[in-house]
Write a protein that binds this ligand. Structure first.
Ligand code: GDP
Length: 452
């Protein structure tokens, strides 16, 4: 039910200076008024902060500040009351329980944001960016989410739809007044221009967005190589020099060590796996399989070789496993005389490192920066499709646009082309939530936290 009144604790429940309990719905103000000892909240102006106490009828529970925000200028476009109470589990939960006793319903995950969407305050791309903003760990991911929250992606998608709307209207005229032969000519010419330019822009958006998924998801990196080549030393250099997100380096299994850092504004999660080798030993084989499966999930594979020793079968085994995966080959221990002939390695990215000196892994860092175009990201306008849902839809729209282009090139009647273009128009509309299903909303907001 959309117009019942919901309540949730919006801050993290625990010991802290302040907790915020948020109430939204038609009944928000009278409901809080019943448990508030202070000014009559029914009479205060909108967007005011009011000092008083929460009282359960027998005793005061806490001294609070209550913010009253009347619809429609609120996040949910409903009346919202926020209670700032003293942070602490007992106080916060008592106030929540009291409001539920008085008829508020505990909000579901993301329900405030869902209401903001259903009441037309934000579109789906903005709703999704709310959670992205909360979860962002790097400055770049924050900027990406904020750009979407400010409506830049929505505006961009709508600009595509506006162009389509214009040609669709022309096609309608053409179908309704077929006797005007020259209108058809104009329409076909215009159609070609519009479809070509839309296709180019949409393709560019999809390609860039895929590249830029690392802003949000980070670069999942796996470091592999036989024992003693210097994998742990490389991981430790990274963790020492760049800001570690996870301070403890956990050995998740005997063979795998991982850590996470912020590298040039992007999260780099590093996994150091020990044993990838050709083996008949069953227990070992399972470990090897596990490490190999990590390779498939990684965005970046770093293969470490000891350049002071000749390549042995185990190195070759590893190189063979990654040959189609665009890895960076690291020739480590370059302070020692080299025994590896670089020209015999058929790989695009080869760097030479030494973990004993401070800047010894710099070539590896530079290679990562250029491979993932990290310096370009800093100059970005941050208007990108931010998740799989948006990307899948954009690709679907691109396919229909391609169909329309083929129809046009094969001189199909305009009403056939119109069907494809309408589909592109609708698919783009489902990115922003012009049309949506209840299941989609349930799935989308299930990833939110309660109170947002
Ligand atoms: P891992 O088994 O691949 O993780 O290798 P480690 O990082 O534990 O390193 C194995 C040995 O090689 C250690 O004794 C390191 O001190 C040494 N080592 C690592 N990197 C270098 C390097 O760049 N130059 C030299 N000379 N020794 C290194």
């Amino acid at each position: 039910m959309i117009n019942d009144t919901i309540v949730a604790i919006s801050t993290k429940l625990g010991v802290g200076a302040i907790s915020i309990i948020r109430v939204s719905g038609d009944n928000a103000i009278p409901l809080v008024n019943k448990v508030f000892r202070g000014k009559d909240l029914a009479k205060v102006d909108s967007h005011t902060i009011n000092y008083g106490f929460i009282n359960n009828g027998k005793e005061d529970i806490d001294e609070v500040l209550v913010t009253v925000m009347k619809a429609p200028k609120t996040f949910t476009r409903e009346d919202i009351v926020e209670i700032n109470c003293h942070g602490g589990i007992a106080t916060t939960l008592s106030i929540l329980d009291l409001l539920i006793e008085h008829g508020a319903r505990q909000a579901e995950k993301g329900e405030f944001t869902k209401r903001a969407f259903l009441n037309g305050r934000i579109d789906l791309t903005e709703a999704e960016s709310v959670m992205d903003l909360i979860e962002s760990k790097t400055d770049n991911s924050r900027k990406l989410a904020l750009s979407s929250l400010e409506g830049n992606l929505k505006k961009y998608i709508n600009s595509f739809r506006d162009k389509l709307k214009h040609v669709l209207a022309n096609i309608e005229v053409n179908i309704d007044y077929p006797e005007y032969y020259d209108i058809e000519e104009v329409t076909r010419k215009e159609l070609k221009e519009v479809i070509t330019s839309l296709e180019k822009d949409l393709k560019n958006l999809v390609t860039k967005s895929e590249e830029r998924q690392i802003i949000k998801n980070g670069i999942k990196t796996i470091i592999i190589g036989r024992p003693n080549v210097g994998k742990s030393s490389i991981l430790n250099r990274f963790l020492k020099e760049d800001k570690a997100i996870v301070t403890d380096i956990e050995g998740t299994t005997r063979d795998i060590v991982e850590g996470s850092i912020i590298f040039d504004g992007i999260e780099l999660s590093l996994i150091d796996t020990a044993g990838i080798r050709d083996t008949d030993n069953l227990a070992e084989k399972i470990g090897v399989e596990k490490s190999l499966s990590l390779i498939d999930k990684a965005n970046l594979i770093i293969v470490v070789l000891n350049s002071s020793e000749e390549l042995i079968d185990n190195d070759m085994f590893i190189l063979d496993k990654v040959k189609d995966k665009n890895p960076i080959i690291v020739l480590n221990k370059n302070d020692l005389p080299s025994k590896i002939d670089k020209s015999k390695l058929d790989f695009k990215h080869i760097v030479s490192t030494n973990t004993n000196t401070l800047d010894g892994i710099e070539p590896l860092k530079e290679e990562i920066k250029s491979m993932f175009k990290l310096s370009e990201i800093k100059e970005d306008n941050y208007t990108y499709l931010a998740n799989e849902r948006q990307l899948t839809l954009a690709k679907k729209a691109l396919k229909s646009l391609g169909d329309a282009k083929v129809s046009l090139e094969t001189d199909a009647p305009v009403d056939i082309i119109e069907i494809d273009l309408k589909e592109v128009f609708d698919i783009l509309g489902s990115i922003t939530g012009e049309s949506y299903s209840d299941e989609l909303l349930d799935e989308l907001f299930a990833n939110f936290c309660v109170g947002k």
